[in-house]
Design a protein around this ligand. Sequence first.
Ligand code: ZN
Length: 400
Amino acid sequence: MRSLQKATHQQTRLINQQLVLRTLYDQTAVSRAEVARLTGLTRTTVSDVVDGLLEAGLVEEMGPGQSTGGKAPILLRVPDDARHLVGIEVGDSSLAGAIVNLRGEVRRRVEVPLDGRDGEMALARLDGLIAELMEPAGPPILGIGVGTPGLIDTTTGTVQWAVNLDWRDLPLGERLRERWGLPVHVANDSHAAALGEHTFGGHAPGESMVVVKVGRGIGAGIVIGGQLYTGEGSGAGEIGHSAIADNYRPCRCGSVGCLETLASTRAVVQRARELAPHAPESALHESAKSDLIDLDELVRAFTAGDDLAREVVQDASRHLGRAIGSLIGTLSIHHVLLVGEMTRFGEPWLTAVRREAHRSALAILADATTVEIGRLGDDLVVLGAAALLMTRELGLALSR
Ligand SMILES: [Zn+2]
């Protein structure tokens, strides 16, 4: 009974601590009395909690504010760099990491190529990247957040399956926790992208959104009422491997006809390589002979108005639009944001995706929905991984 009471007491303390910290974080400068008013906690409780936060360096005193008659109250704030967060993106061909502060500002950034490494070799690169990021000593590190492709058990940080990296049932979270002695949180990269966009993209708090990440793979992150929805078993939004066509194109997941084989960057490059040798008028024809077409070249040809490039990308956008139309019907969430390398095809691609999404969803739902390109750039997954860490460890979310 006693230990139960003790546990409850500790829980209450933690809840109060997060509540006070969140209030201080949301305001730029605020007194203890104001925190008590905003949280509904007693002044004694607030003072106790603030003492602990001051000691931990999470909060600082800024000096006296405006007096309302008596002694001027001391104002408090959460310094932007009170803690630094390590955010990691495991990509298809490289690892990117950044040191991020509590406002999502990137303080340092490192990227290392994977050069085809997978399994243990990829893990060794990851450790090297983290070591490099943490090398110059700075503010205390809160922990490590990782966004990685694949099916992830977010409660333990275990990668159940990441096709490209040959990671199967890999206890990534546990390994990094043991190696670095820090809290570690791992999420699917599309889920992390959604959290990053929601937290740091300047959206309204509590806004619902679907963030569809279209790169070499395709996946969606769903935020409902400000919370990431991961589904039962964390697989929510795994739309890339839904078979949507009878084209029998083999997919890297082992199936055929997946959305990924039609609408990803990998798909458009492959399609261009197939068609260009038979299209002498295309700017891609020469490169096709030596198998040199890559995403950069396709983007260039597309931007220059090359017919073949246009056709390939339009085709991909139709398939993606259809998948998004079905998400609109399933979820009835009014904001759809597109992120990832495919967004390099810009406005014409977006317009085609929009048109098809609109055409394939119930009109009244489609009319209420906006489909746009996300507001954050290349650091989206890194920032999302940091946001995951900040929310899980401190109960903070920047969104406003
Ligand atoms: Zn597949």
